[in-house]
Design a binder for this molecule. Structure first.
Ligand SMILES: *Cc1c(COP(=O)(O)O)cnc(C)c1O
Length: 497
């Protein structure tokens, strides 16, 4: 059970006169103070800070730090987000003095090691994507989408073409249409088939000389690999459009299939997802993009290039492509996250990355098989690295996906993604990732089975062990209370102040 004190504000725990530190009496003569700090700049009374002992302050913050769930404390099957374990070795390496003490304005000659690292990262990502041109600049997947769409727009402009439409299936992540709109395109949403794939007939009716880009996540947000991917790419290319692969689901296919090989012209990586950068709570990410060779001259700069030295060996340089769309982020991108991703790629190597994807897919299929008796998966009994179960059948009992998600918190599991993608009713999108053991997956499955045997009314009030039960999330996001205001003094306490 939670310590009640941990949910109180420091102000509420305050007791007049309590101190964490005792200062010696001021030995500055009053006339000196008058001289140095004019009266009008002095506060009439001390600031109304909470009065507490050091152990009270420490307990408060340590307890607060335990109220959240994280990959370091709990199983975190948040579908689409790929909440992978963040190896601690990467943190140590990314924190080495030789890395963190660099400044991005240092001359090239001083940062050759870092430039070599970034160059190698570009090369590795190009190889994984099957697309040769890489920019490490975008700071997240969504910015990668926007950057690639701006690159595509520049390419069309350079050919004197005006193409206005970006197409995407109705299962797309919300960032796809958002990026298209910000890049100045009109958004066209396509229907999916009942199995959740791109509807070729619907795609065909929307393709034309105004088609700029078709954006698709593959495997898609339902955890299914598009069976007609090469045919889809052919259809888009036939009308002169480009294919964008949203690479958020690379955890299923890295080392197995390459977007460049199955028809993609551009893609982004989510280094903070697939390559274990710590993420969540809006922390830094990295969303490098990879593109076909004819698009490379439009990429944002700087890009790291390599030159052979006449005396042997190489030097590394920063260059801006000839017709670059310009910068999308200061300097070279979020280098701290790129370094962690680099450590991950170098640690695993090609064989390790293949095993990563295979184990991610194996774990997801194992969990799917253990859950489908109670949470059916409309897309069938096989998936890639994640699957979308539906709690629709429980509606008649009055149980919703939200009830199950909330109750899972009591069992010590972070909830899966719920109500996304929108094409599945009462969606529960579950992505276990490759590092979870069979015991953890079994425990999660057992918890869901136990929850579904519970009374609906009891589930409506879940979570029961969390400090708050069911906040109004919209209100909490729109009207956060960021400032403490003292309650009106009661008659007994009034004399103490
Ligand atoms: C996470 C995600 C994105 C956006 O990536 P960010 O790095 O969060 O900006 C885009 N598409 C899909 C399918 C995703 O899961």
């Amino acid at each position: 059970m939670r310590n009640l004190q941990s949910t109180q504000l420091l102000f509420e725990c305050s007791q007049p006169g309590r101190r964490a530190a005792v200062f010696p009496a001021a030995d500055v003569p009053p006339q000196a103070i008058d001289e140095w700090i004019p009266c009008e700049h002095r506060a009439a009374s001390p600031p109304p800070l909470p009065e507490l002992t050091e152990p009270e302050v420490v307990r408060h913050f340590v307890n607060l730090s335990t109220l959240n769930m994280s990959v370091d404390t709990h199983f975190y099957p948040l579908g689409s987000c790929t909440m992978k374990y963040n190896p601690k070795r990467h943190e140590r390496l990314a924190g080495l003095h030789g890395i963190v003490d660099l400044h991005p304005s240092q001359p090239e000659a001083d940062v050759q090691g870092m430039l070599e690292l970034l160059y190698t990262m570009q090369e590795m990502l190009a190889e994984i994507a099957g697309l040769p041109g890489v920019s490490l600049q975008p700071a997240a997947g969504a910015q990668g989408e926007l950057t690639a769409l701006l690159v595509a727009a520049a390419w069309f402009r350079s050919r004197g073409e005006t193409r206005t439409k970006v197409l995407f299936p109705d299962s797309a992540h919300g960032t796809n249409p958002a990026s298209a709109a910000v890049a100045g395109f009109d958004c066209v949403q396509l229907k999916s088939t009942p199995r959740g794939f791109v509807d070729l007939a619907d795609l065909k009716t929307h393709l034309g000389s105004d088609t700029a880009v078709f954006m698709v996540t593959n495997p898609n947000t339902l955890g299914q690999f598009e069976p007609n991917m090469t045919e889809i790419a052919q259809m888009v290319h036939d009308v002169g459009g480009l294919v964008y692969i949203d690479g958020a689901n690379m955890n299923a296919i890295t080392g197995v299939a390459r977007p460049g090989d199955f028809g993609g012209d551009m893609q982004h990586f989510n280094v903070h997802k697939t390559f274990t950068g710590p993420h969540g709570a809006g922390g830094p990410g990295a969303g490098p993009i990879a593109v076909r060779s004819f698009l490379t001259e439009f990429l944002p700069g700087p890009i790291v290039t390599r030159r052979e030295r006449p005396t042997g060996g190489f030097t590394w340089h920063l260059t801006t492509p000839a017709r670059s769309i310009g910068r999308v982020r200061s300097f070279f991108g979020n280098v701290g996250i790129l370094v962690r991703g680099y450590c991950y790629l170098r640690t695993l190597g090609a064989a390790g990355l293949l095993a990563m994807s295979q184990n991610a897919v194996l774990n997801a299929n194992y969990l799917l098989a253990r859950l489908q008796d109670v949470l059916p998966v409309p897309q069938g009994d096989r998936c890639m690295h994640e699957f979308v179960a539906s709690a629709k059948g429980l509606k008649e009992r009055g149980v919703s996906a939200m009830d199950i998600a909330k109750r899972l918190l009591d069992f010590g599991f972070h909830a899966p993604t719920v109500y996304f993608p929108l094409v599945v009713a009462e969606a529960m999108m579950i992505e276990p990732t490759e590092t979870e053991s069979k015991e953890t997956l079994d425990a999660f499955s057992d918890a869901i089975h136990a929850i579904l045997a519970e009374d609906a009314a009891f589930l409506h009030d879940a979570p029961h062990a969390a400090p708050i039960c069911r906040p109004d999330e919209v209100r909490a996001a729109r009207y956060p209370i960021l400032k403490w205001t003292a309650p009106p003094a009661s008659p007994e306490t009034a004399h103490a102040h």
